[in-house]
Ligand binder design. Structure first.
Ligand code: ADP
Length: 250
């Protein structure tokens, strides 16, 4: 059978980090410093929190991972691929293995919950049978089966965020990136969202979540790194829980 891997190309190492940033800098065209000299790795199956106040560079870091921004200097690898050197076709293929959750949900306002979630699968070329097979378990996971026919404006903020999560995971990504996913939620919906992320992590998804909420981050048992003015702080200066574990990335 034809194989894309030639005999001389070794198969990717499953123990290699899923995400790796090496001396990454991002300066925006207006001179704003997004990131300065970031070195960070995420192992497969790991759950990493990125803490930091507004403007610290959290969104910039995630954008580099899904190719929405390119680094000014340094290297960014995701799943064995150097993101900065991918063609737009290769980048589209990489994005199939990534799910992104946004703080402001970014739902399609004129489409139902079911349509918002199915839309991702349609654009990835899935057929109707596979879309049905994936849609309902995903809506069940986020507790929205009964809201499948509702439009976004008929949902609470927490429910809209859960649609955002459903949309990010319906294609079974390897890596889930969640940018301040609890930023607009009340305590109950925040806990529900964190519960869903934990469930996904237990199912094997690698996760990076950002937050400016120190009280929220203090609750976690996962690894935490802290960004400050585009730089990663050493664990002793970051969030207290960062001291519980010593991330290999620092
Ligand atoms: P955070 O997500 O932690 O709030 P960001 O990554 O959004 O931080 O922003 C980091 C820095 O980069 C800030 O100073 C911000 O103003 C700047 N920045 C972010 N996006 C842009 C952009 N598109 N153009 C110019 N500056 C930007």
């Amino acid at each position: 059978m034809f194989s894309l891997l030639s005999k001389t190309t070794p198969p990717p190492d499953p123990k290699a980090p899923l995400v790796k940033l090496e001396e990454v800098y991002k300066t925006y065209t207006n001179g704003a410093m997004g990131l300065q000299g970031i070195n960070l790795t995420l192992k497969r199956g790991e759950f990493l929190w990125i803490a930091g106040v507004s403007g610290a560079g959290k969104s910039t870091l995630l954008k580099l991972l899904y190719g929405a921004e390119r680094p000014t200097a340094g290297k960014v690898w995701v799943d064995h691929q150097s993101v900065n050197s991918l063609s737009s076709r290769q980048l589209a293929q990489l994005r199939r293995r990534i799910g992104v959750v946004f703080q402001d949900y970014k739902l399609l306002p004129k489409h139902t919950v079911a349509e918002n979630v199915s839309f991702v699968l349609k654009t990835l070329g899935y057929g109707q049978g596979e879309i049905r097979r994936r849609l309902w378990p995903t809506l069940r996971l986020v507790g929205l089966e009964s809201k499948a026919d509702c439009f976004p404006h008929q949902l609470s903020g927490g429910e809209q965020q859960r649609v955002g999560i459903a949309r990010a995971i319906v294609h079974t990504p390897l890596l889930l990136l969640a940018d301040e996913p609890t930023g607009n939620l009340d305590a109950r919906n925040m806990q529900m969202t964190l519960g869903i992320l934990d469930e996904l992590h237990q199912a094997g998804v690698s996760i990076i979540v950002t937050s400016h909420d120190e009280a929220l981050i203090k609750q976690t048992s996962h690894t935490i790194v802290t960004l400050d003015q585009g730089r990663l702080l050493p664990p002793s200066e970051g969030m207290p829980a960062a001291l519980k574990k010593k991330p290999e990335s620092l």
